[in-house]
Write a protein that binds this ligand. Structure first.
Ligand SMILES: Cc1ncc(COP(=O)(O)O)c(C=O)c1O
Length: 496
């Protein structure tokens, strides 16, 4: 049955309800709050008809379920009433202000503290933070993981690891893994550290959260690459730091371009081996300038070296850590890219003076990694399995990345700019003409492609529009279909 067209529905005509799809507040709650506030401020009068759920959903470009949920909240609060056979209306006898309704439907749901709200913030944006699909940025390939070999390592670890590590001991990490990592880092990354300096955690995210809170106080300043990793921004946000964008160009972060007025930082987050998400490698002169600026300002540099073990071309330059004085740089890495995010093993290399306090902080935070997974990883590295796996994914990821770029250039070369990736599991493409990349990313999601808008990696108002596209797990078919879908969207100009 066709919906009756409402004469001048005020809600739509006056733009009272708008939604922010990237916002942290759930969409039904956004709609609910907009209508509730309009009623409270007498913009919407008692008796006013609301548009049908179908109509409002179409205007706001959200699902009908979303509008239904919002109307449900308004009904529960008595702001809206429905008579059989007619459209919902603003109630004639409104209940007194202050009556509130819980989104969860449970009257006993406790409210988050202010800190809790900060901790629960999803800075990636609600639209795609948890979506799953082809082209997901940051995701390694599930089909390249050596499941059988890993199962053997785990079985072995479960049999052998019967010691005190399984009880409340060694929150800093299993010694065998710390030793393997110390040897690996010295050879592959020029990072020379004692095994005890390597703290094993459950993720880069937990390492960043840990060091941000342990080394800086609320209100301290932190500099973050612009565009930059949202996980680092999240950690700084949770620590209550004041975040300043650090300009990035084709040579990575440029400390010389930092506005003089920016407060001296306590922490500086950088990805010098392969800038995230644009991909630049920082040259030596920039590295030295960065170290010098940090030294004179008394800042600690957080070096996120998330993918340098499988860069595609040439040998990666050594880590910044190797150039620094002791205590200037905390080196962080993760097995989320080289193995799997579900592995939940990462590590950071800290100065000797911080080993004990940070190991205690790992225990207090509860972010230590699973002991048997650590032991399995140590034997996987010891047997040469890890090195072999890196060699394998390097080739496969390079081939998938190249295919994606060729297909993009062939089909969309006139409207996008993209370079062959030099590493990693994703690449960034930019649009020749400014586009609404958030709307485009959402449209791609609707079609099963979990790309992210490049603009969402910026803090400041000057953003480049583009997309961050994961390729490590993409099949030929998905690449062909995804590029086709993007081409159609760009041609139809439905977004942007
Ligand atoms: C720059 C960077 N660092 C770290 C990570 C993730 O690390 P983890 O899964 O260990 O938190 C990602 C994931 O996409 C990343 O892009």
């Amino acid at each position: 049955m066709k919906e009756p067209v409402l004469a001048k529905p005020p809600l739509l005509a006056e733009g009272i309800v708008t939604v922010d799809k990237m916002g942290e507040i759930p969409l039904p709650e956004q709609i609910y709050r907009a209508i509730r506030d309009a009623v409270r401020s007498a913009v919407l009068r008692p008796g006013t008809k609301l548009p049908s759920t179908r109509r409002l959903a179409a205007v706001l470009d959200v699902s009908r379920n979303t509008v239904n949920a919002a109307y449900g909240l308004l009904l529960a609060e008595g702001i809206v009433s429905v008579r059989p056979g007619s459209a919902p209306r603003i109630t004639e006898d409104l209940p007194p202000e202050g009556a509130s309704v819980s989104l969860s439907g449970s009257p006993a749901a406790p409210l988050l503290s202010r800190r809790g709200e900060t901790m629960a913030a999803n800075l990636r944006g609600r639209g795609w933070g948890h979506r799953f699909g082809a082209f997901q940025p940051g995701a390694p390939a599930l089909d390249c993981f050596p499941y059988e070999e890993w199962a053997r390592c785990l079985r072995r670890a479960a049999r052998l690891e019967r010691g005190a590590d399984l009880l409340y001991r060694n929150f800093a990490g299993v010694p065998e893994l710390q030793k393997q990592l110390a040897a690996h880092l010295a050879v592959e990354r020029g990072v020379h550290a004692e095994p005890e300096q390597i703290l094993i955690t459950s993720s880069m995210q937990s390492s960043l959260t840990l060091v941000s809170q342990a080394l800086a106080d609320a209100g301290d300043s932190a500099w973050l690459e612009e565009p930059g990793y949202v996980g680092a921004r999240t950690a700084f946000h949770m620590a209550g730091l004041s975040i300043h964008p650090l300009p990035v160009d084709g040579e990575g972060a440029d400390i010389a371009k930092m506005p003089a007025a920016a407060a001296a930082p306590r922490l500086i987050y950088v990805t010098p081996s392969h800038q995230f998400p644009l991909g630049a490698r920082m040259p030596l002169a920039r590295r030295l300038a960065l170290l010098e600026a940090a030294r004179t300002g008394g800042a600690v540099i957080l070096e996120d070296d998330y993918d340098s073990e499988f860069l595609f071309s040439g040998r990666p330059v050594a880590a910044l850590f190797g150039l620094a004085e002791e205590g200037q740089v905390i080196y962080l890495s993760t097995f989320s890219k080289s193995l799997l995010p579900g592995m939940r093993v990462a590590y950071c290399v800290v100065p000797p003076a911080l080993v004990e306090p940070l190991a205690q902080a790992v225990r207090n935070f509860g972010c230590a990694a699973n002991v048997q997974a650590q032991a399995a990883l140590a034997s996987f590295m010891d047997s040469g399995g890890y090195r072999k796996h890196l060699k394998n994914i390097r080739q496969i990821y390079q081939a998938r990345g190249s295919l994606l770029v060729e297909t993009l250039k062939e089909r969309l070369g006139n409207s996008i700019e993209v370079d062959r990736p030099t590493g990693n599991v994703q690449l960034a493409l930019t649009f020749r003409q400014p586009r609404d990349d958030v709307a485009l990313a959402l449209e791609m999601h609707e079609r099963g492609f979990a790309v992210s808008p490049l603009s969402s990696y910026y803090i400041g108002s000057e953003k480049r529009s583009g997309l961050v596209v994961g390729f490590a797990g993409a099949t030929e078919k998905q690449i062909a279909q995804g590029v086709e879908a993007l081409g159609d969207l760009l041609a139809n100009k439905r977004a942007g």
